[in-house]
Design a protein around this ligand. Structure first.
Ligand code: FPP
Length: 253
């Protein structure tokens, strides 16, 4: 495919972009952004510097995904297990998130991207929730791409929340019929979005880590040794080229 001004002429990204078939891009990409701490460690920097550098990758990958015309991007920013980290690191992550929102909200909005926080957001600090709400409200009418950021997220908690939502709704309606897959999908945080076609995990770890357990049933999984702060346009294009090489059969032949 070709995209004016997207890649530097003469760079290795040109060939990657040209080898992509615009008609077969994933509709939704999910990313487990991993390796910030190790990136920092390799440079003898404190871990939080790795998270700070990771923000630059977030900015670039969000814009590139949008430019490529991919409809949804879901980033795993903070899991329910991440509360176990030292308090100072958790505080820094929350501060970086607020900083990102304040700095990037306008640009994300101008790019016609709708932002959504997914996870047990109500358990986050009130000040973080306020920023998230502002961001969601500003971008609510945008139609170019959905950007989900998973915060205080766990796939099992999401499924549990979906079950409880269905139970409550059906109790109110006096409906005792069985639920089906569409009802469950419609009660998830990602309701209305296509399932991710591609799941990227950086830093070489070969785990799902409780991420989008229902939605990734048929996702192609791409694991790269690159640490998240180093993951930029070229790496995204490489992941897409590899994705298009895969033969997706969904259990058929
Ligand atoms: C994993 O690296 C990364 C995280 C737990 C946080 C990701 C957060 C950001 C990039 C910043 C905030 C996000 C947004 C969307 C603005 P790690 O710390 O587990 O790395 P390690 O495995 O090398 O220790």
């Amino acid at each position: 495919m070709r995209l004016d001004g997207f890649v530097e002429p003469g760079s290795e990204e040109v060939a990657l972009l040209e080898s992509l078939d615009a008609g077969r891009l994933p509709r939704h990409i999910a990313v487990i952004m991993d390796g910030n701490g190790r990136w920092a460690g390799q440079r003898m920097l404190p871990r939080v510097m790795g998270h700070r550098a990771g923000i630059d990758s977030v900015r670039e990958i969000v814009e590139d995904t949008r430019r490529l015309g991919i409809g949804a991007l879901t980033l795993y920013a903070f899991s329910t297990e991440n509360w176990k980290r030292p308090k100072a690191e958790v505080r820094t992550l929350m501060r970086l998130l607020k900083e990102f929102i304040r700095k990037e909200m306008r640009r994300v909005h101008e790019n016609n991207i709708r932002f959504q926080a997914i996870g047990r957001v109500r358990e986050l600090d009130e000040s973080v929730q306020g920023e998230l709400r502002r961001f969601e409200e500003l971008t609510a009418g945008n139609t170019g791409m959905v950007l989900n950021v998973a915060l205080n997220y766990s796939g099992r908690a999401e499924l549990t929340d979906a079950c409880n939502r269905l139970i409550a709704e059906r109790a109110r309606a006096g409906d005792a019929s069985e639920v089906d897959e569409d009802a469950i999908a419609g009660a998830l945080y990602t309701a209305g979005l296509p399932d991710p076609d591609l799941l990227i995990r950086t830093s070489g770890e070969v785990r799902i880590s409780n991420f989008l357990l229902w939605q990734i049933a048929y996702a192609e999984i791409y694991i790269t040794p690159t640490f998240w702060p180093d993951f930029r346009r070229r790496h995204l294009l490489e992941a897409l080229v590899e994705y298009q090489r895969r033969d997706r059969r969904y259990g058929g032949i």
